[in-house]
Write a protein that binds this ligand. Sequence first.
Ligand SMILES: [Zn+2]
Length: 113
Amino acid sequence: MTMIDSEDPRFARALALADASGSWLKLRDQAGHCIAVGIPSSKPGLHYRVTRTTCECEDQQRHPHLTCKHRLALAIALARKAAEPMPASVVIDGLSRILSSRKPIYSTNFRED
Ligand SMILES: [Zn+2]
């Protein structure tokens, strides 16, 4: 788990990076799962490959015991995404799938003898 220290100057820079998370590169495995993101470096044209626990930037290499701004930005972006409400269509599809797999409790077919 990444601890966030709002007194750390990396935090403000991480917030700015997280605000631009829509422009990050997504690195996917063959199954299509996102395994890392490419966060732009302050050097134009460069991206750092970042996961929850690793980053290729100089700051992370120099201070491996600390969390660099890129890893902080990823933690912030993931926390924001987890807090987003699910679209109604996803909820309805999920409920429909659950209901279709259940056996009916009662029958609506009435027969008069
Ligand atoms: Zn970094």
